[in-house]
Design a protein. Structure first.
Length: 391
């Protein structure tokens, strides 16, 4: 057995209990106060060098190896989402309407395990490792906030590599997926506000009906994917919410929509964004409405660094029950924001007891098998060691 996996299996019960504690007390993005306290308490036991992230939540700690070498960043996200867990009992979420439905509790435990493994190897470590517990991933703003607070400038050297992992309910616990290139989509959110003239329902000709304009825009948006981009290029371009009017049975004079654009290719994403603006403006003109369109860039596509892929496959082969390849997904993760600043590789970590019956990410029935945690810890530790050994 791989020595890191063997050591991680020895602390499996403790790491599982740590993850369970986070699961019982989930906290939303940028409000992960208790989660941060628990993480810092564990890091202090390892005598690591704290790094000020400049944010109120989240934590970072530096392990300086006894021998000179490079720097590897290992990252986990720590926040929960606004989903009510469909479970009761001692292990369920105690926070109404909040749940770790994306596996961030497991991600955090995996990184804590990696910190323990590598701290024990300090005397043999040729280089440094930063353990980064990132807040605010679920709103895809945490990585940008860390960079804005000057995290990279506080590091002793430029990172050689960045690694992270994400729970994959499509894979059995302990399986690792390594994508050779594209992994997750870039994301841009948008808002569209149509303004018209309300009035009396019995005299529609004296007003300007924003609902008709809105309905036309929703229909037009469907053509961005079906008629404006290569059908072989993955793209989601959709309206997600619609709100209009305050009084029932009265025509509204303002309608607001929100939605998102997701693509694996940055060029496809830009084309879709431009087309959305054109459609909104043309719809407003055609239905005699005012229009305000706002694009909100969130994250770029997440593409694994090609130079790190062979190393990632090697690390996975050394610790995983099996190595699998998963197709890219149009989910998004702000790991890509950090990976735009340094070579990055993001793993899929199988977390399902039974993939055939496992609930998907962000579902109220989602559950991650804690048996995956030692594999995740060993994977992150082994990845860092392989990079530092090459320097």
């Amino acid at each position: 057995m791989n020595p890191y996996l063997n050591a991680a299996q020895g602390m499996a019960a403790d790491l599982a209990e740590f993850a369970a504690g986070l699961h019982r007390r989930p906290e939303p993005s940028f409000l992960e106060v208790e989660t941060t306290r628990k993480i810092k308490a564990e890091l202090e036991k390892l005598s690591l060098e704290p790094v000020d992230t400049g944010l109120e939540t989240g934590a970072a700690a530096l392990l300086r190896g006894a021998k000179p070498g490079g720097l590897v960043v290992l990252r986990a996200d720590i926040d929960a989402i606004a989903v009510a867990e469909d479970e009761t009992g001692p292990g369920a979420s105690e926070a109404p309407g909040l749940m770790h439905a994306c596996g961030h509790d497991v991600h955090t435990a995996c990184l804590l395990g990696a910190a323990r493994l590598l701290a024990a190897e300090k005397a043999n470590l040729a280089g440094d490792v930063l353990f980064l517990f990132q807040p605010g991933e679920e709103v895809t703003r945490g990585a940008t906030a860390l960079l804005g607070a000057g995290l990279l400038e506080k590091l002793p050297k430029t990172p050689d590599a960045l690694f992270g992992l994400h729970s994959a309910p499509a894979l059995p616990a302990g399986t690792v997926g390594v994508n050779p290139a594209e992994m997750m989509a870039g994301k841009t959110n948008f808002t569209v506000t149509f303004t018209g003239v309300g009035g009396h329902g019995g005299q529609p000709h004296q007003g300007t009906d924003v609902l008709v304009a809105g309905a036309a825009f929703v229909a037009a948006v469907q053509t961005v994917v079906s008629r404006n981009t290569d059908p072989l290029q993955p793209l989601v371009c959709a309206v997600h919410t619609v709100h209009a009017g305050e009084q029932v049975f009265f025509p509204a004079d303002t309608l607001q929509m929100t939605g998102s654009v997701r693509a694996l290719d940055a060029g496809v994403q830009k084309l879709a964004e431009d087309r959305l603006v054109e459609l909104a403006e043309a719809t407003a003109k055609g239905y005699r409405c005012g229009c305000e369109m706002t694009l909100i860039p969130e994250v770029p596509p997440l593409v694994n660094d090609p130079a790190l892929v062979p190393l990632g496959q090697k690390a996975a082969g050394m610790v995983a029950r099996q190595v699998a390849a998963l197709p890219p997904t149009l989910l998004s993760d702000d790991f890509s924001v950090l990976a735009a600043k340094m070579p990055g590789l993001y793993y899929w970590l199988g977390t399902a007891k039974d993939p055939a019956t496992a609930a998907p990410l962000h579902h109220r029935d989602f559950s991650a098998d804690p048996q995956a945690i030692p594999y995740g810890s060993a994977l992150l530790a082994q990845s860092a060691v392989l990079v530092l050994a090459e320097d």
